[in-house]
Ligand binder design. Structure first.
Ligand code: ZN
Ligand code: ZN
Length: 218
C-alpha cells in the first residue's frame, strides 16, 4: 500500500499487479522448521519481488547481496531464486539483517534493512526465551514460548511486509555474472580446486586448507 513513498518514480497511473510469490509452505519445507527468522526472510523476499517487478530468478537476472547467514536466507533463496549454487547470492558476513537486491534487466536495486524490533517484541516471550537459553524453562513455559512464537509469525505473515523493514531504492554497482573456472590439482592433498581459489606454494598449486599462511601482521 505504501509503495509510493519508497519507489518515488511511480506516478498516479495504473500499477500492474504484483508478481506472484512462492507460498510460505514451500519456504518452510525447504528450511525444515518454522521460525520467526525464516518468516522475516520471507517478508524481505516478497518486498524485493514487488519492488523490482521481477518474478523468481531463472538465469541470474536477479542478484541478492545478503549480510547474514541466518534462517531468513533460506526464504530468500526459495522466493527470489537467488541461490548460492547459481552464484547470484552474495554473502557478506556483517551480521546485519540487510538485503540488497538488484535487477540486472532494469538496473534497479533495492536495499531492505530490518527495523529495530525492540518494544514490538513481546516482553513475555523475551522473558521465557531467556529462561530457555539458561535451560531453566518448565514444559509449560516451553509450550508458552511456542505459542507466542506462532502468534509472532502469524502477525508477520498477516501484516504488510514493510512494517518490519526500511525499503530504499539505491544505485549500486552491478556485480558480474558468476564465472566458471578450470580446476587444478592440489600438490599436497591431490584434490581438485578451482583455479581462482588455488594458491601457489613451492612452485605448485595448493588448495586453501593445505596452504601454509605466511603473515607478519600486515
Ligand atoms: Zn529457522
Ligand atoms: Zn589440498
Amino acid at each position: 500500500m505504501c509503495m509510493d513513498d519508497t519507489s518515488g518514480s511511480e506516478s498516479a497511473g495504473l500499477k500492474p499487479p504484483d508478481p506472484p510469490v512462492a507460498p510460505f509452505s514451500e519456504v518452510v519445507k525447504f528450511h525444515g522448521h518454522l521460525c520467526p527468522g525464516v518468516t522475516l526472510g520471507y517478508c524481505a523476499a516478497k518486498i524485493a519481488i514487488r519492488e523490482l517487478r521481477s518474478g523468481r530468478d531463472v538465469d541470474e537476472q536477479l542478484v541478492a547481496i545478503v549480510e547474514n547467514d541466518a534462517c531468513g536466507i533460506d526464504a530468500i533463496q526459495v522466493v527470489t531464486g537467488c541461490t548460492m549454487g547459481k552464484g547470484n547470492l552474495i554473502f557478506r558476513n556483517y551480521g546485519k539483517h540487510v538485503y540488497t537486491f538488484i535487477n540486472r534487466v532494469t538496473n534497479d536495486a533495492v536495499r531492505i534493512s530490518m527495523k529495530e524490533r525492540e518494544g514490538e517484541g513481546d516482553p513475555a516471550l523475551k522473558k521465557i526465551r531467556e529462561r530457555v537459553r539458561r535451560k531453566k524453562a518448565t514444559p509449560e513455559e516451553m509450550q508458552k514460548m511456542r505459542s507466542l512464537m506462532q502468534e509472532d509469525i502469524d502477525r508477520m505473515l498477516a501484516g504488510p511486509a514493510d512494517k518490519y523493514f526500511d525499503v530504499k531504492h539505491v544505485k549500486i554497482e552491478i556485480p558480474g555474472k558468476a564465472r566458471l573456472f578450470n580446476s587444478v590439482k592440489c600438490s599436497k592433498c591431490g584434490e581438485m580446486v578451482a583455479e581462482s581459489r588455488a594458491r601457489v606454494q613451492d612452485g605448485g598449486f595448493v588448495c586453501i586448507p593445505c596452504f601454509d599462511e605466511y603473515s607478519r601482521g600486515w
